[in-house]
Design a protein around this ligand. Sequence first.
Ligand SMILES: [Zn+2]
Ligand SMILES: [Zn+2]
Length: 170
Amino acid sequence: MEQQTGTGEPPQTDHCNWHPHVETALSCGQCGRSMCTQCLVQVSVGIRCPECGKAAKMPTFDVQPGYYAKAAGVGVAVAIGGGVLWIIFNLIFGGFGILASLPALGVGYAAGELISASVNAKRSKGLAYIAAGSVIGAYIISLPSSPSTAGFFSLIVLAIAIYTAVQRVK
Ligand SMILES: [Zn+2]
Ligand SMILES: [Zn+2]
């Protein structure tokens, strides 16, 4: 009586799809094509061929939750740091009225640059909110020290500052 033992395929090596002379047992986790160690791309969920790997590494607009946490942390730091520097600025230059709103521009610039840097220059709507919130946070922190003479003008400068920050990460 003959028994069939060939339940599993014999171990076989394929040739790399991109390097036809290289034998390999590796294959892409996404498209299944054979690939060698030279061209495999390590991604968070396994290994990919050069083409699938490229697609997996491009999500500039796909901002992961971890990035938001990082961006929010930087946003809070900018709000507090910027707010404190703003207060110091007001204590020194407060007598000049509208001058007191100028730090907003610095905070706006810093918020955009630092938040963008913290997420590897990724862009999204959520990051734009964080950037805007960071500028507004600094403004609120500095508000008690702002001279009342700044008034309406300071709101215009604040709007410009928010715009600057948001454009960097939007
Ligand atoms: Zn693939
Ligand atoms: Zn290869």
